[in-house]
Design a protein around this ligand. Structure first.
Ligand SMILES: C[S@@+](CC[C@H](N)C(=O)[O-])C[C@H]1O[C@@H](n2cnc3c(N)ncnc32)[C@H](O)[C@@H]1O
Length: 258
């Protein structure tokens, strides 16, 4: 069988011309470098370019960043002159607890970059999402975070969530499809995707520099989905009952992880 040439360069498909103020922002996002925001030393950090593009595309005037990590989103906001409320469980505020949002002015954009469940452990704190004892518990907590962020936004606000699939070593390298499960959680929280999913290439991943003895297809991307409140989409499904928007798979009935 003829060997396939390894892909070292990817030619992106041509994007249609449109009225977007950011014509380079498409469903594929690739930036080699992470920019001057946040810190590359923080495990699981992300680059700031996608955040910057999204804030500009959606014309954000105030931002909520309840899982700040090294502060990438906070720093991008500072550069763009956009007020940003930024906190993290490490600074004592739990994004899955409603009291963390008390007294906040409504923001019009939330940036959420949660742990990819237990892929990286961020702290010993039992409220840290990376310590969720099961996939169900993680998704339940994520649904709370999404609901609180939705309640903390203006009616026409947007919530961007960046998350990726990974192979979970503790359950025999089972694939955990977090982007799909996050969309289920978002719909359960009264949200709906506001635009195409964005595939973000993960340049400079720690795991990409390692050598493994096992065989697998390396995952080199994560997925960013931007949601808005379901009521904004309701005019397209005027007969949809509020209850019907929830995917009929309650979190508690999902297969249990060992
Ligand atoms: C993927 S990291 C975010 C990295 C960040 N985007 C950056 O570029 O540095 C996820 C963050 O979520 C935080 N976190 C986990 N559970 C949380 C919770 N319940 N409330 C608030 N923050 C939480 C972790 O401490 C960690 O800093």
């Amino acid at each position: 069988m003829k060997n396939v040439t390894p892909l070292t360069r990817v030619t992106l498909p041509q994007a249609p011309r449109n009225a977007s103020p950011l014509p380079w922002l498409t469903s594929i996002h690739s930036s080699i470098g992470r920019g001057p925001w946040g810190s590359s030393r923080y495990r699981g950090n992300c680059d700031g370019y996608l955040i910057k593009d999204l804030l500009q595309y959606f014309g954000a005037r105030s931002v909520l960043d309840p899982m700040t990590g090294s502060g990438t989103c906070r720093d991008v906001c500072r550069d763009l002159g956009i007020p940003c409320v930024s906190f993290d469980i490490k600074s004592g505020r739990d994004a899955s607890d409603a009291s963390s949002y008390r007294g906040l002015e409504p923001a019009d954009f939330a940036w959420l970059h949660p742990p990819y469940w237990r892929m990286i452990r961020y702290s010993e704190n039992p409220s840290c999402m990376s310590n969720a004892p099961s996939l169900d518990a993680f998704l339940g907590q994520l649904t709370h975070v999404l609901t609180h962020c939705r309640n903390a936004l203006t009616q026409d606000g947007h919530i961007a969530v960046l998350i990726g699939s990974y192979q979970d070593r503790q359950s025999g390298n089972r694939q955990i499809p977090l982007p799909a499960l996050t969309t289920q959680a978002a719909i359960a929280a009264g949200l709906w995707p506001a635009c195409t999913d964005i595939i973000r290439f993960q340049h400079g991943n720690t795991s990409s520099r390692r050598t493994y003895r096992s065989s697998f297809i390396p995952g080199l991307h994560d997925v960013c989905t931007v949601y808005s409140e379901f009521h904004q989409h309701k005019k397209y499904w005027p007969h949809t009952k509020e209850s019907a928007r929830v995917i009929p798979l309650p979190i508690s009935s999902k297969p249990q992880m060992p």
